[in-house]
Write a protein that binds this ligand. Structure first.
Ligand SMILES: [Zn+2]
Ligand SMILES: [Zn+2]
Length: 285
């Protein structure tokens, strides 16, 4: 039941749950119990990180992984780890060459640079492009079925592919197009992080990760990183409404116990005023 399957995080259809960690028959949820001892992070680990952390594959609960990423993101400027400070220095030193959001820099260079930056700042340097993750940009067109991006596990190899699709609908401002790609990149990186290091046998884990991949652990991480990344980088990254779309996918996919998140959760994500919109969405789903 734990054999690796190709996992996709594209929009789920109601009749076809796509949760990567779902161990078998989705009607038989109560039978899934995980009895392994999960790994935990030590709280001082985040501040003293000098090099990328070596996390064990498929060993943590989604909540524990989310907590680690959020702790890293919330560190004050003077308590950042050496790994984070090095990443920030590289961002500052090479800003015009790699990070500037205009069309003067090749998109592959920008995306690779932000992947490494986000990895070192928020994911303990654990994702490692080239070793565990391959990124393809603009190879496929964004459409109703392919979404803005996707992440999928390459069969059985502990390798993930992130695809950021070409979106030539609607947006024409090159800066806005880049901002949207960055939002997609961040989104897919959270999927890969939870997918690579989350326990696959764990009911708790995949419930928290969500039936469409966008459960509470995912959403907590996403909203926190969207808030903290511009603070740490002192840069407006224009993270877009993909947040709300991810939440709606989870509602549509029947996750979040079949309802909408609690008021506490929505307030935590800055979405308190969206209650009615979400209730209407749920009713129409
Ligand atoms: Zn997603
Ligand atoms: Zn487990």
């Amino acid at each position: 039941m734990s054999s690796p399957k190709k996992a996709s995080t594209s929009l789920p259809r109601k009749d076809q749950p796509v949760n990567p960690n779902l161990p078998g028959n989705s009607d038989d949820l109560s039978a899934v119990k995980c009895e392994r001892l999960h790994e935990n992070f030590l709280s001082n680990e985040f501040k003293s990180l000098e090099a990328p952390a070596k996390l064990s594959l498929y060993s943590y609960t989604a909540t524990e992984l989310a907590k680690a990423a959020m702790t890293c993101a919330k560190l004050s400027k003077n308590s950042l780890s050496l790994l984070q400070r090095k990443a920030l220095k590289e961002h500052k030193d090479n800003y015009n060459k790699k990070y500037k959001l205009d069309d003067g820099v090749p998109i592959k260079v920008t995306i690779a640079a932000y992947f490494k930056l986000f990895d070192d700042l928020f994911f303990l340097g654990s994702l490692q492009v080239g070793r565990r993750v391959t990124i393809e940009v603009d190879q496929k067109k964004f459409s109703e079925t392919t979404r803005k991006g996707s992440s999928s596990e390459v069969d059985g190899a502990n390798q993930w592919l992130i695809e950021i699709h070409k979106n030539d609908k609607g947006l024409c401002d090159p800066v806005e197009i880049l901002q949207e790609k960055l939002t997609t990149l961040m989104h897919e990186m959270i999927h890969v992080y939870l997918g690579l290091f989350g326990c696959r046998r764990c009911e708790e884990n995949w419930q928290e990760q969500g039936l469409s991949g966008h459960g509470i652990a995912f959403l907590d991480t996403m909203f926190t990183l969207h808030k903290e990344a511009p603070r740490i980088l002192e840069e407006t990254l224009g993270f877009s409404s993909i947040c709300l779309e991810a939440l709606k996918e989870e509602i549509q996919g029947g996750g979040l116990k079949g309802g909408i998140p609690s008021l506490d959760e929505l307030a935590r994500w800055g979405l308190a005023e969206k209650v009615e919109e979400l209730q209407t969405f749920l009713a129409e789903t």
